[in-house]
Structure formats: structure tokens, C-alpha cells
Design a protein around this ligand. Structure first.
Ligand code: SF4
Length: 189
């Protein structure tokens, strides 16, 4: 039986990588693609989601997003590939495709996809480019894991760790998309 290395590090990035490799980490740390997206949308949303607070599935925007995700690429063999902490929508010609219902939250989606590319590179040693697809808008954008993007992903991992290990959530800050957020009533009612 292979003995797993006991790993102890204060840096959340190192801890995430050790967790992903299956090392025996004192305090495992996992970041999903959705967490990366939430971090760039609203830090309070990230904290609330990290506590498994139930989201409102009847919220029309949540339903709409799910439907688009499920149907848009059905005829092209949507795959939902799970690789450790991340779940990829689709691999197409060797590129990682992330499907979003609209380009309204473009940079959070770009960072989510960048995290997938970073994870593939650092954990699996596989270099890939990505494609951000908005089927309802018939638009596609190539996303590459540049050095700058990798640095930003690692900064975000550290930021996510700070948020999710805090005892209380950041205060609500009104944003244009609060009305469409599943946590709207928790924040504003
Ligand atoms: S309602 Fe607004 S402030 Fe509250 S979690 Fe959602 S986006 Fe963040």
C-alpha cells in the first residue's frame, strides 16, 4: 500500500494542490468552479453558498440558467467531465468549453474557465485552451491560461479561502443583479 505524504502548509494554493493530489492534508481545501465564479460575482454569495444554504430553485433566473445549460449543447454531446474538484461542461477538439446562458457576468465566467485551465495544468499536467460559449447569443470567446491569468487564479484561491473560513459573511452590497440572485431575500428582506 502506498503511504500518503502528510502535508501541512499555510498557503491555500499549496493546500488545494496537495488536496487535489490526494496527499494527507491536515486541513484539506477545495475550490469548485462555481466558487471561483461566485468569488468574482459577490463575496457574500460565496460565503452563503459555502454554508450550504438552500437556494431558491423556483427563482426564474436560476431555472432559466439551468435550462440553457442542460439543453444548449445536448445535441453535441455535453459531457460534464468530473476531474477531482472541478466539473467541465464539454471538451471540444481538446479545448475546454464552458457554457453560460448569457454574457452578463463575463469576467466571473472567464475566471471560472481560467481556473479549470489552471487546475488541469497544475494538477494533471495537461495544457489546454478554453472556449467561453454563450449559445443563446451565438458567441464564443477563446480563453488562454496566460501567466497573468494564472496569477489571478492563484490570488482568487487565496481570497476564496479568506472568505469561506470567516465566521460571518461580508455585508450585502447592492448590485445590479441582486434581484436575480437566489439569496436576494436573505440579503434584502
Ligand atoms: S443578493 Fe446581492 S448582495 Fe446578496 S448575495 Fe446576492 S448578489 Fe450578493
Amino acid at each position: 500500500m502506498t503511504e500518503r505524504k502528510e502535508s501541512s502548509t499555510d498557503d491555500p494554493v499549496d493546500r488545494l494542490l496537495a488536496t487535489a493530489r490526494g496527499d494527507a492534508v491536515e486541513e484539506p481545501f477545495r475550490v469548485t468552479g462555481v466558487m471561483m465564479q461566485y468569488y468574482h460575482v459577490c463575496e457574500r454569495e460565496l460565503w452563503l453558498a459555502s454554508r450550504n444554504l438552500e437556494i431558491d430553485r423556483e427563482n426564474v433566473n436560476v431555472v432559466r440558467g439551468t435550462r440553457v445549460d442542460e439543453s444548449a449543447y445536448a445535441d453535441r454531446g455535453r459531457q460534464n467531465l468530473r476531474l477531482g474538484m472541478v466539473s467541465l461542461d464539454l471538451l471540444e477538439d481538446g479545448r475546454v468549453v464552458e457554457i453560460k446562458p448569457s454574457s452578463a457576468l463575463e469576467e466571473p465566467a472567464r475566471m471560472q474557465l481560467s481556473y479549470y485551465l489552471w487546475y488541469l495544468d497544475r494538477v494533471a499536467g495537461v495544457e489546454r485552451d478554453g472556449v467561453l460559449a454563450h449559445p443563446t447569443e451565438r458567441s464564443r470567446e477563446t480563453v488562454e491560461l496566460t501567466r497573468d491569468r494564472a496569477t489571478r487564479v492563484e490570488g482568487a484561491i487565496r481570497g476564496i479561502h479568506t472568505i469561506v473560513t470567516a465566521d460571518s459573511p461580508p455585508p450585502p452590497e447592492e448590485k445590479s443583479y441582486c434581484d436575480a440572485c437566489a439569496y436576494h431575500d436573505i440579503c434584502w428582506c
